[in-house]
Design a protein around this ligand. Structure first.
Ligand SMILES: *Cc1c(COP(=O)(O)O)cnc(C)c1O
Length: 446
């Protein structure tokens, strides 16, 4: 696959170059030149494979000749060694071979090691990067800004990888306590360092941008981004929408399918839209935003007004200027009407989110994380706006225990930490706190 810069489509790069350099030389986001499209027969074949095998086959179309099919199969088998169940609210797992009375599922994408969907992209990206660097004997310094979940997933995926240093920038006091433990417990002398920025998530993202814009600094440290500006994050996020929608279709062949995606930087949605372009049977996407809602406003009005972010319960979606907005525009040739025909957007307050989490727990005994609750409310809004009977899928982006303090307060009960999270909380914690300035950051990088 050849990639081009969204600023200048004549600026081309291979997958390997796009992955290792993050942004095009003109500062534009990389985008694939085209997308594979599959026939119904090919879709049936891919849907019948185990997920990791399907992912390996899809990856083939997006990489270059530095990866053999064998490399991709083993990257995906190693990265995707956990479940991605489609569950009903009563907790049953969809089996496409059995008749299904239900018309609604939660796609739990939080069974990876850091318990958020970011593991899907981070683990593929980490293995693909190591594969390339091992061949070329190069090194990279990864800078990643996180509002909570990305840093944990990237840190975990790159921990102890040769030739790679990772610096995770997170807003001091802006992540949940479980998330902070996860970020700061990778070991004092490991290759992964947690840096608390005395500022907001926007400050973290701005610092990363400044570092990349500083040519000397970027060249000196061979900086690479692991945020979803990197196409290596977005491509693997198409795999799970693709494969799971084929499972849903097999169980409900005669109904249209809608996926609801609680969104911040729009990387997850971009992955879903790419899956749809490849023929995944997803008819509509619903986008849920919290109090940071430039994208759902754009869907509803055609005006795009990025703004400063405000903190909410669903902190991983506190994004005022979504990174992947230009990719979504490009997927639809900048046609607002075409985007709005496929994507239904709605936003909710924290009070709505709390009420909904409580109601779902009371009525179904199912615990949603705040992000998932936003997605689920958005899906209900969509369902009530149409006469058509859809099979409904809410993409659940994180395990509720990652937001233990808030979830316990809202549901008024104790929720146990899964063993993997408990181990982070028990491990010693190390972080540096710095001012949100490039000079402070560059000092740390040395
Ligand atoms: C990152 C994240 C999101 C938002 O995903 P985007 O790809 O940035 O839109 C939603 N929920 C959780 C739990 C996340 O970690």
């Amino acid at each position: 696959m050849i990639y081009h810069s969204l600023k200048d489509k004549n600026l081309k790069a291979s997958f390997s170059t796009a992955l290792l350099s993050s942004l095009a030389p003109d500062g534009g986001l990389y985008m694939p030149d085209r997308f594979p499209e599959f026939t119904d027969e090919q879709l049936a074949y891919l849907g019948a494979l185990p997920f990791h095998e399907c992912a390996g086959k899809l990856a083939r179309f997006f990489v270059d000749d530095k990866f053999s099919q064998e490399n991709l199969d083993s990257i995906c088998a190693d990265a995707y060694d956990f479940e991605l169940p489609l569950k009903t609210l009563s907790g049953e797992v969809l089996d496409p071979a059995l008749p299904e009375p239900e018309d609604e599922y939660i796609l739990e994408l939080f069974h990876g090691p850091t318990l958020a969907f970011k593991d899907f992209a981070a683990r593929f990206m980490g293995r693909a990067t190591s594969h390339l660097l091992a061949r070329s004997h190069e090194t990279r310094t990864i800078l990643v800004a996180t509002s909570g979940d990305t840093g944990g997933a990237i840190g975990h995926a790159f921990l102890n990888q040769n030739g790679i240093r990772v610096f995770i920038l997170f807003p001091q006091g802006g992540v949940s306590s479980v998330q902070e433990h996860q970020l700061t417990s990778m070991g004092e002398n490991s290759n992964v360092k947690a840096i608390a920025i005395d500022g907001t998530f926007d400050d973290c993202q701005m610092l990363v941008k400044q570092a990349f814009a500083d040519k000397d600094l970027a060249d000196k440290h061979k900086l690479m981004s692991a945020n979803s500006i990197n196409v290596g994050r977005v491509i693997p996020q198409s795999f799970y929408c693709f494969w799971t929608s084929l499972q849903v279709k097999a169980a409900h062949p005669n109904r249209p399918i809608v996926y609801s995606i609680p969104s911040g930087n729009l990387g997850n949605l971009t992955g879903g839209l790419i899956a749809r372009r490849m023929g995944a049977p997803i008819n509509k996407f619903v986008v849920g935003n919290n109090a940071n809602h430039p994208f759902t406003d754009y869907l509803n009005t055609g005006n795009y007004q990025p703004c400063a972010s405000v903190p909410t319960l669903s902190n991983a979606m506190d994004i005022g200027r979504p990174n992947n907005f230009p990719r979504i525009l490009a997927l639809f040739n900048h046609d607002h009407e075409a985007i709005a025909q496929i994507c239904h957007g709605v936003h909710f307050s924290d009070a709505d989110t709390e009420r909904h989490m409580f109601k779902i727990y009371r009525d179904h005994n199912y615990i949603m994380c705040p992000h998932t609750a936003v997605g689920h409310m958005a899906l209900e809004d969509f369902a009530s706006s149409t006469q058509e009977e859809y099979t409904k899928v809410t993409v659940s982006t994180a395990h509720p225990a990652k937001f233990k303090d808030d979830v316990e307060r809202i549901l008024q009960m104790d929720i146990p930490l899964p063993p993997s999270l408990q181990s982070y909380v028990d491990a010693p914690s190390h972080k540096l706190v710095i001012e949100p300035t490039l000079s402070a950051l560059s000092h740390v990088l040395n």
